[in-house]
Design a protein around this ligand. Structure first.
Ligand SMILES: Cc1ncc(COP(=O)(O)O)c(C=O)c1O
Length: 219
């Protein structure tokens, strides 16, 4: 019997009536960008992740890119990223003009090896992006300690780990930003592309909010 790698219908079809009602609500509202449905999702995600702020964006990739932009990372900067992750983690760093510097994976947990991260530090290192792969948290305490010692910003790529936690704290809520993906194959799969980022700092969140909307505030 062929077993598909991913069968979104298996989880979606039983919920067809509920989804259809939601689709109709959005269709009838005419509000297809942002609006109260997105605000409701942001509020629920902020609560789920114990975060002060949550911003909905169009993909997990955009969430990483927006976090990097809000942290002013760009040309001349280096950002530590794991070798073992989806392309977007390093790709977003390159898109800002900064250089992704690859850090080996821990052979036991597959997440970023903190000692190798330490070995890759230079005077240009501005940030580190631990990735919580397969719903399994990266070892955040040593990563946060390293970041604290060297003044690095931390973006947690939690694209695969919404709902997971590290020592009772939700993945994504420990760094400067946490980013999530709702690509259909993810823990919380959307109907198309979608993502979100969370942040605990009011000023950083506000900066991200403005950048999300082409730099305008108000419109
Ligand atoms: C670790 C990781 N980071 C980022 C992304 C990018 O998310 P999206 O596909 O929503 O842009 C993914 C998605 O595959 C991912 O697995």
């Amino acid at each position: 019997m062929p077993v598909p790698l991913l069968d979104v219908n298996a989880q979606n079809h039983p919920l067809e009536a509920e989804f259809t009602e939601a689709f109709l609500r959005v269709f009838r509202s005419g509000q297809f960008i942002m609006g109260q449905e997105v605000t409701a999702l942001e509020t629920a995600l902020a609560e789920l992740t114990g975060s002060r702020h949550c911003l909905g964006v169009s993909s997990g990739t955009d969430a990483i890119l927006l976090a990097l932009m809000a942290l002013d990372i760009g040309l001349g900067d280096e950002v530590l990223v794991p070798t073992f992750t989806f392309f977007a983690t390093a790709g977003c760093v390159s898109r800002t003009g900064a250089t992704p510097v690859f850090v080996d994976a821990c052979p036991v947990c597959f997440n970023l090896d903190v000692e190798d991260a330490r070995a890759k530090l230079t005077s240009r290192t501005k940030a580190i992006i631990p990735v919580h792969l397969f719903g399994q948290s990266a070892d955040m305490n040593p990563i946060l300690a390293l970041a604290g010692e060297h003044g690095l910003r931390v973006i947690e790529d939690a694209a695969q780990s919404l709902g997971a936690s590290y020592r009772d704290r939700p993945c994504g809520s420990l760094g400067d930003f946490g980013t999530y993906s709702f690509f259909p194959s993810k823990n919380l799969g959307g109907f198309g592309d979608a993502g979100a980022l969370v942040c605990q700092d009011d000023a950083l969140a506000e900066r991200a909010r403005i950048l999300r909307n082409h730099g305008s505030q108000p419109k």
